[in-house]
Each structure stands twice: as C-alpha cells, then as structure tokens.
Design a protein around this ligand. Structure first.
Ligand SMILES: Nc1nc2c(ncn2[C@@H]2O[C@H](COP(=O)(O)OP(=O)(O)OP(=O)(O)O)[C@@H](O)[C@H]2O)c(=O)[nH]1
Ligand SMILES: [Mg+2]
Length: 1042
C-alpha cells in the first residue's frame, strides 16, 4: 500500500538488492552443523570436537565458531565430505585440512574470515570444486592456480581488496557466476571476456571507469551488476549482450545510452538510478519485455508518451527527477504495481489516473500537486480515482483562500500590522494619508492572546486570507505549535527599532528554526516593523544584518546536518559485524536498517529547508504607503502557483458544500464536532467517509478549521469554531492574575447554592469575603503551581461551557492536547463526587520535586549507588520544540503514579519502580537542550527499570513525530559511568533500543573508562521498542493508505 513500512525508497531498494544478491552457495545434501557454543557438543571446552561417526558426512558446517584453525584430524575423519562451510570464523589462512580434502570437495565457503592470502598449493588442490566463496576477506590478490579449478561454476570474491584478477581466470570455462563486487579493481578484468559460459557477473563498486568494447563476447550473460562502477558511457559493443535479462547500472555517471541499446530485447530489469540522464533514453522505448525500470535520481524533465509501449511494466521508479508532467498515455500501463514519482515537479496528474488500480507501492510526496490536491494524491490511487470521478460529475468551485500566520517576538507589532493591513482596505484611494499621519490612529488594545480573523485582501480577485495572529509571549508557546500547518504563508514580524545584531537569535533565528522543525518546507517572509522609528541608513543596515544572519544560520545548520550525515555514511561503509565489534566508534552496533533510516532522515532534513523569501520588508504602521506595498507583496507571493497550490485549486463542489455546512446552525454554535458529526455533514454534501478525510485535510491546511489527522488523540475531533476554541485556550494562557480573578468573580455571580464549589450557606457579606479569598487562592495556586479545581475551571469558562457534561468534554480535550492532566482521577473513571484537581505543567515554577528514592546517581552520603542506572537522553542541538516538556509531562501521566513535578524535573513511579524525567535547557552552543528519562534497579531486576522507562520513551517518540523537521539525537548513557558519577558518561546510540540484544554477547566495553565492561542488559532493553527513537516513521508522509 502507499505508505508501506520502511517507506523510504532507498531502504526499499537496498532490501531488494540484498534479496537479489542472496543466491549464493546453497547446498541440499545431508548436513552436520557444529557449534562450539553448543553445550551438547562441547560441554567444557570451547574447541570443537568431532563426533565419532563423521565418516559418512557429506556436508559440514563449521560456520560462526570463531575458529582460528579447524579441528585436528578433520581431513582424515571426513572421507566423504563434499561441502565444507567455514564462514564467519577467524581464519587467517586456508587450513591445510582443506587442501587434504581437495579430492572430494565440491563446495567451499570461507567467506567472512580474515584471509589475507590464499596458499597457491591449497587452491591448486581443490580440483573438484564447483562453488567457492571467498567473499568478505582481506585478499589483495588471487593466486594463478585458481585457473586450474576446471570445474568451478560459481566463484564469489566480493568484498576483498583485489586490484586485478589473475589472467588464468580465463581458463574457468565452466564458470557461470562470478561476484567480484566491492573490490579495488581499476579496470574491467579482460580475462573475463573469455568466459563464454558466464551467466551472472557482479563487478559493482569497483572503479572500472569504462568497459571494453569486446564485452559483447559474454553472450551467455543474463545478469550483470555494474552499480557504482564510475562509468561515464557504455561502448556500443555492450549492446551485443543479447541474453541480458537483468542489468544494474545505478550510481554511475551515464548521460545517455548507446542508440543500439534497444537490441537488448531480453531485458526485464533495468536499473539506471542515480545517473546523469537529462532525457528519458529513447532507446528504452522498444524494450517491450521490460518489467522493472528504475530511473530514480536522474535529471529527467519529462516522460515520453511512447512509454505506454512498455506494456509489461510492473515497476516504474521515476522519483527525484525534475519531471513537470506525465503523459496521458501513462494510464495505459495498467499492469503497474509500483510507481514512484516523489520528489518531482508534478502539479497535475493525468485524467483517468485511477485506472492504474494495481499500483500498490505508490510514492508521490514532494510534488507541488494541484490537481488532484496533495491530500488526495497522498492517500493512494483509489482516492485519486474517486476524486477524478467526482470532479467529472460535479461542477467545480474555485475558492481561493490561504492561511497566513503572523509570528514573532512579543510586541514585535504583529497585531498592529494585522489591523493596518486589514484596514488599509482596497477601497482606500491611493495617495491618501501622508506618512506622518498614520493609518491606525488608535493603538490596538493590550494583547488578547492568539487571534484568528478572515481578511478579504483582494475582493476583485477573490483573494482571501485566514489570518492567525500568534501572540509572541512565551506563555503561549505550548499552544502555538497546534496552529503551524503545511501550506500556509508564514510572516515573521521583527521590530526593527529594537533590533540589533545580538538579538538575531531571539527575535528571528529561533522562530525560523521552530517553524522549520514543525513544517519543514514552510514559506516564510520577514517583515520589519517600526520603520518610522529608524533612520534610513539604520533601516538598511538592520535589514541587511537580518538577511546575512539568516544565511549564516542556514549555512551553519545545513553544514552541521551534512557532517552528521557523513558520519552515518562512514558507518555504513563498514560491515555490521565490524561496527558491532567497536564500541568506541560512532553508531556502535547499529543495524544497517537503522543506519539507512537515519541517513534517510538526514537527507530529508537537508532537502526540506524553509523557503525564506528575501529581502526583509520594512513597514510602519504609521505609513500607509509602506503598508500598501507590503500588502501587494503578500498578494503577489500568494499568487505564486507553485508555492501555494491551495489558492489555485479547482475544488469539487461537494468540498465547498461541506465547508458551508460546518458553519451553519446548529453545528456552527458547537465548540467542536466529533469526526462522526463531520462525516454526517459530509454525507449531506455527497461525500463518503473515505473522501471526507481529503476534504477535511484541505480545510485544515487552508486555515478554515483545525483537524489533527496525525494525532491519535485529537483526530476524532474537528475544530471548526476556531474563535471560541482559541478564546478558551487564551483563558488559560493569559497568565494575568487580575484578569483571572475577575473572570472567577464574574463566574460566581448567580452561581446557585449546592454547587459545592465555594463556601455554601453563609450570610452574604462574609460569604462574599470568603469567596473572594478562596478565589484569590485559586489564582495564586494556578499561577505558581499550575493547579486548578474543576469547578474553578468551570467558572473561568462560564461563557463557553454551560453544562457539566460540556466541561467534562472540554477538560478531556485539554488533556488530549497535553495542556493539563487530572491529579486525582482514578484510572479510567471520572472522579466520583470528589473535587477533581487539574495540573497545568507549563505553569509549574521553581518547585523542586522531592526525591525520596531517587537521589540522582548517588545516595545522600555521596557514595556510589548500589543500583544500576538506566538513562535515555534525547538531545536537541538546533532547537527544542516549544512546550514539549510541559506537554510530555501530561502525556506520561497515564503511565505513572505518585508523581511530583518541578519546573524541569518530574519524579514518579511506574508501579514500584522510580522514574525521573529531566529537562536541561541549553547552555550555549556546546551544551544543547536535553530531555532524559531515567530509572534504576539492581542488575538482576534491571528489566523492571526497562519496563518503567520504555513506555515513556515511546510516548516521547510519538510526541516528537509532530516535528518532522526536527533534528535530535538519542543516546543510552553508560550505566557504569553513571554509577561512578562521571560528569560526562559515555553515550551508546539510541538506535540500539529498537534492536534485539546481540546473541552470545554478555558484556560491552565502555570506551570512556578504559576497558570497563557493561552488561548488555544495561544497554539493550529486554524487548526492542517498536520504532527506532531516532527515525521518523514515514518522514513527511502525512497520509497513509491503510
Ligand atoms: N512607531 C510604531 N509603533 C508600532 C508599530 N507597530 C506596532 N507598534 C507599537 O508596538 C507595540 C506592540 O505592538 P503589537 O502590535 O501589540 O505587537 P504584537 O506583536 O502583536 O505583540 P504580542 O501580541 O504581545 O506578541 C504597540 O504599542 C504598537 O502601537 C510601528 O510600525 N511603528
Ligand atoms: Mg499581538
């Protein structure tokens, strides 16, 4: 299906390659496998002991035994041996026993050893050999005697250090398969041209730089691997390889194919990915038998209509090119099962695209899609089919509307700018009002918090914005991210009068990083206000400085990411086994799969940078001309079809009806709708459930409502009544004591008796006094500790919630949003009669949580702890998501008991096991923000500590999925270092959390303190976590077709 697991194309390709390669040396005879680790075979000693009755054995597997020599007497005992497997040992030379067995041996596997040379005699003795595997050794050369193995049919010498092959190879006239990939060959080995029987040849990852014209002599060749061979062209003789069925030419520098390429009529699989093709090679079009064609990562700009001639095509990968449109005829490829188009410039899919109904693997993200809309395309072919059908049958409606977000530091001038832009309406005649006079005479009232308004910017062109004014005060940080969505125009507002270069990070840089972390591809324009208070020169200098520092920050971040990506690349060049044997190296023990994911994530981050429009636009609320100029500029940005496809979509009529229905009574009055309510409206509009999803995503992106499709907790709601929702949120985040008190007092007016909330039944004056004092306490407790009882919340929200039931729903919503949690709710049940107290973690001030059992690594006397420490540390080198700690505090509540919250720390228990969650804000560039989750237990009980922290780790991973553009690293801190109280404990890669414990390894060396050994149980959890903490599931891929 569309978003298959391991969604990344590259990973999929690697798996495919691995599968294709796994066809080597298979035996099917009666077998004996011996292992030194097997206590039945060798109860005391680590050496192998041969059973007495080995005389008849034909197949002997001694693989994976760490052998440096083979057992004595082997050759004498094994009179009938035909297949000997010695892979994954530590042999530095071919054991003499092998030569002695040479008379009978037909298969020999000595791969994954340490062979640095092959004894000429030993090789010469293996005259009956049919299969020989020497791969993954350190061989710099092969002996000439190899040519004497006249029966040899399969030879694998891949992953060695061969600079050439001996001439005698040309004598291997029965050789059918040769793997010589991943060596240091500097040219195509000429002796191979004599091998007329050769059917499979792999010479990938060598620096061949070219192929001999005579390569066509390999007439029997069916499978040829030439990946990563530094080929710039193919000789015309190549086209004589008439038997070729599979050809891998990926990762070369080909700009074209020879014209006669079409003579390769038997070709079924062709991989031309990662080359320099600018045009779709016409020579491919007559290859009617092609089933798999890979053209990923080239520079193609179009696909010819004649592609429909490739009628047998099952797989077509065209991702990461520069293709702008697809030919209509592509829909004739009805057999297609895989179609990858991501990372192109495709805006419109051909009509009848839904005909490609067999496509299961579908990749389309990262295209500026307009028709069908992005949301629909991401969902898969059946959705596209339904959409196209609908469009064909209904009258389309155009509704240009764009979500515009104003963000920036407190008092930057966002609200004033909004007022000016909106008031400096279209009706105003140009030239009116001189600069000094001001278009907005009355200053806007004190910040009301976040606000959302509609703005018809150009009635004639029907251009409308939904403007989100995100208050700059940091108390709104927890809720702001909910409003950042893809497809919007971000306006970052800076007060130029107050700006100075030293304030770049706090007024510009940090905002850009946050937006980038949440919406990686967002379009941002920078507006400088207060231009009236700056001299002309000053204005110019400040705008230039902002511009320069943005470029510097961007360069710094991109370089940092590239460096990190290179470390992953380096780790990938090493074998997994080698990585697992070096605890001091980066990515120690991390699986190839996890490394590939990590790499894909870095590539995603590097390719999805913010689109920052330059230059900085100066404006003053006192100068209508500047305001007008800014408005025109915003309109012209919005008009950009490629940047804001939302504004140029032709929408199905039903989508428009759906929108209208949401804003009609009675539902218009409701605070939010359940997904089912919305679905009912959808049905009225003629939209079935499956298509409703696309319509809601569109309404979310264009700012009309909020619908958090990716949040498991919130996706059941549709927030259409934005003003009321935001009013409610603002109530909790205004953080103004007198305002809160006022609201509470107002709320109590007319409050009936028996309400149970405040003193009941007292005479009026003293009752008032008591009530006021009580309310005062509530306000104090709220602002200091974030604590409020449910009935006080009800008073605060009086105008918005009437019934008790509404309050309950609202509190649940706040909990789902991660804004507060109920302190005394028995699990699963609403509090019974007792007052429910709510805690808003973002309000917790300096309160230090008391630590009974947990005293941070040492006990009170300062001696080392007896228990073992487990600590998972997340670090955030570029930016820490605003509000993350507070929201995480709420998110973990269902997992813990007896918690005690501090501003930066939470102590709690998972059952009886203590856990501590700590946030450490950054100190300069050298010490980034970190969030860590820790627990402890004695070594035999360490699984209890893992059980305590694993759900918290998974909860954090889930929360971090909301930040697809965020870079962070996860590490498992070394328990030994922690126990010792080391200030700088060694950090093992967090990827290990999602990997099974390595078999047969009991301890790992901690490089920080010489050769100290750490039990594996302190590094790997007993059961791996579901997803690797460091990689995003389907990065940037919002919708899954499940
Ligand atoms: N001289 C001058 N004053 C301005 C200009 N823009 C805004 N101001 C003043 O700057 C102050 C802050 O402006 P606001 O619009 O409230 O700022 P804000 O960005 O909305 O602030 P928050 O909502 O707190 O984040 C107000 O007193 C405005 O009158 C301008 O261009 N020139
Ligand atoms: Mg404001």
């Amino acid at each position: 299906m569309a978003g298959q697991d391991g969604g990344d194309l590259k990973t999929a390709r690697l798996w495919r390659d691995a599968a294709l390669r796994a066809r080597k040396l298979r035996g099917s005879l009666g077998q004996l496998a011996l292992s030194a680790a097997d206590p039945l075979q060798a109860p005391d000693a680590p050496q192998l002991v041969l059973p007495a009755t080995v005389g008849d054995i034909e197949v002997l597997n001694l693989g994976n035994n760490g052998l440096e020599e083979v057992p004595e007497g082997l050759a004498a005992a094994l009179g009938s041996l035909r297949v000997l497997v010695l892979r994954r040992n530590r042999l530095a030379r071919l054991p003499p026993a092998v030569a002695q067995l040479g008379r009978h041996l037909t298969e020999l596997d000595v791969s994954h050893n340490r062979l640095a040379a092959l004894g000429a005699e030993a090789v010469g003795a293996l005259r009956e050999l049919r299969k020989l595997n020497l791969s993954h050794n350190q061989l710099p050369a092969l002996p000439a005697q190899l040519g004497a193995l006249a029966h040899l049919e399969e030879l694998d010498v891949s992953f060695n250090r061969l600079a050439r092959l001996p001439d005698s190879v040309s004598c291997l006239c029965r050789l059918r398969a040769l793997d010589a990939d991943h060596n240091q060959l500097t040219a195509f080995p000429r002796p191979l041209l004599q091998l007329a029987a050769l059917e499979e040849l792999d010479v990938s990852s060598n620096r061949l730089r070219g192929l001999p014209e005579g390569i066509g002599a390999l007439r029997a060749l069916k499978t040829l691997w030439l990946s990563g061979a530094q080929l710039g062209t193919l000789p015309s003789g190549f086209c004589e390889l008439a038997s070729l069925e599979s050809l891998m030419l990926d990762n070369n520098a080909l700009q074209a194919l020879p014209a006669q390429f079409s003579r390769l009529q038997r070709l079924k699989t062709l991989n031309l990915s990662s080359n320099l093709l600018e045009e779709f090679p016409a020579a491919l079009l007559p290859l009617a038998g092609l089933e798999e064609l890979y053209l990923s990562r080239n520079q193609l700009t179009s696909v010819p209509a004649l592609i429909s001639g490739l009628g047998r095509l099952l797989t077509l990968w065209l991702d990461n090119n520069r293709i702008r449109y697809l030919p209509d005829s592509i829909v004739e490829l009805t057999g297609l099962e895989e179609l990858a188009l991501q990372g192109n410039q495709i805006a419109v899919l051909p009509d009848n695209f839904g005909q490609l109904s067999r496509v299961g693997l579908w990749k389309i993200k990262d295209n500026p899609l307009i028709q069908p809309p992005y949301e629909v395309c991401m969902k898969g072919i059946p959705y596209i089919a339904a959409y196209q059908k609908e469009l064909a049958h209904s009258q389309p409606a155009v509704q240009p509307r764009l979500k515009l977000l104003l963000l920036g530091h407190k008092a930057a001038g966002k609200t004033s700018l909004r007022h000016c832009l909106m008031e400096d309406g279209v009706g105003r005649s140009p030239g009116r009002g001189d600069p000094g006079e001001g278009c907005h005479p009355s200053p806007p009232p004190a910040s009301k918090g976040i606000e959302v308004t509609s703005w018809t910017a150009d009635a004639a062109r029907g251009l409308r914005f939904v403007v989100y004014d995100l208050a700059g005060d940091e108390r709104y940080e927890v809720i702001q991210p909910f409003f950042l969505s893809p497809g919007a125009l971000y306006v970052l507002v800076v007060n130029l009068a107050a700006y100075e270069p030293g304030r770049f990070l706090s007024t510009v840089g940090s905002f850009l990083r946050r937006v980038g972390a949440r919406v990686p591809h967002a379009v941002v324009c920078i507006v400088g206000t207060h231009a009236d208070l700056c001299g002309e020169r000053e204005l110019e200098e400040k705008c230039l400085d902002i511009h320069r520092q943005i470029a510097l920050q961007e360069k710094h971040d991109a370089e940092g990411l590239s460096r990190l990506a290179r470390v992953v690349d380096e780790a990938l060049t090493r074998d997994f086994e080698l990585r697992s044997a070096s605890p001091h190296a980066a990515y120690y023990g991390v699986s190839d799969r996890n490394l590939q994911r990590r790499k894909a994530h870095f590539q995603f981050l590097l390719h999805h940078r913010l689109q920052i429009l330059s230059p900085v636009l100066p404006v003053s609320c006192r100068d209508p001309r500047l305001v007008r100029r800014l408005r025109d500029r915003l309109l012209s940005v919005a008009e950009h079809r490629e940047i804001f496809p939302n504004l140029h979509r032709v929408l199905p009529r039903s989508w428009q009806v759906l929108e209208e229905l949401h804003f009609q009574p009675p539902q218009a009055q409701r605070l939010w709708l359940s997904w089912w309510d919305s679905a009912r409206l959808g049905l009225q509009a003629g939209l079935t459930e499956d298509r409703l999803q696309s319509a809601l995503s569109y309404l979310h992106e264009s700012g009309k409502l909020l619908y958090f499709e990716d949040s498991p907790a919130l996706k059941e709601h549709v927030f259409h009544n934005l003003t009321r929702l935001i009013d409610i949120l603002n109530v909790f985040f205004q953080r103004d004591a007198s305002l809160l008190l006022h609201k509470l007092l107002l709320g109590t007016e007319g409050e009936g008796e028996g309400d149970g909330s405040v003193a009941v039944g007292l005479p009026s004056p003293s009752q008032d006094m008591l009530r006021a004092t009580q309310l005062h306490h509530y306000v104090e407790g709220f602002l200091l500790h974030g604590l409020l009882p449910a009935h006080a919340i009800r008073l605060l929200l009086k105008p918005h919630v009437q019934a008790q039931q509404d309050l309950q729903l609202l509190l649940e919503l706040l909990e789902k949003m991660g804004l507060c949690y109920c302190l005394n709710k028995p699990k699963g049940k609403p509090p019974n009669g007792a007052t429910a107290w709510y805690k808003f973690p973002c309000y917790v001030q300096n309160e230090v949580p008391h630590a009974e059992a947990w005293i941070n690594g040492t006990n009170l006397a300062g001696q080392s702890f007896v228990a073992e420490q487990l600590q998972i540390e997340y670090s955030f080198p570029f930016t820490f998501p605003p509000g993350l700690f507070a929201r995480y505090s709420v998110q973990i509540n269902s997992h813990v008991v007896h918690r005690s919250d501090g501003k930066f720390q939470i102590f709690a228990y998972r059952g009886k096991v203590p856990v501590v969650v700590s946030y450490r804000p950054a100190k300069g560039v050298l010490q980034p923000d970190t969030l860590s989750i820790a627990s402890h237990a004695s070594l035999p009980n360490i699984w209890t500590a893992w059980q305590a922290i694993t759900p918290l780790v998974e909860e954090l991973n889930a929360l971090l999925q909301e930040w697809p553009g965020l870079h962070y690293a996860v590490h498992i801190l070394c328990s030994k270092c922690l126990k010792r109280g080391s200030p700088n404990p060694h950090a093992f890669p967090g990827e290990l959390l999602s990997q099974p414990r390595p078999e047969g390894v009991a301890e790992i060396i901690c490089p920080r303190n010489g050769s100290e050994r750490v039990n594996v149980a302190l590094v790997y959890p007993p059961t791996p976590t579901v997803i690797s903490p460091c990689s995003k599931k389907n990065v940037g891929e919002k919708h899954r077709n499940q």
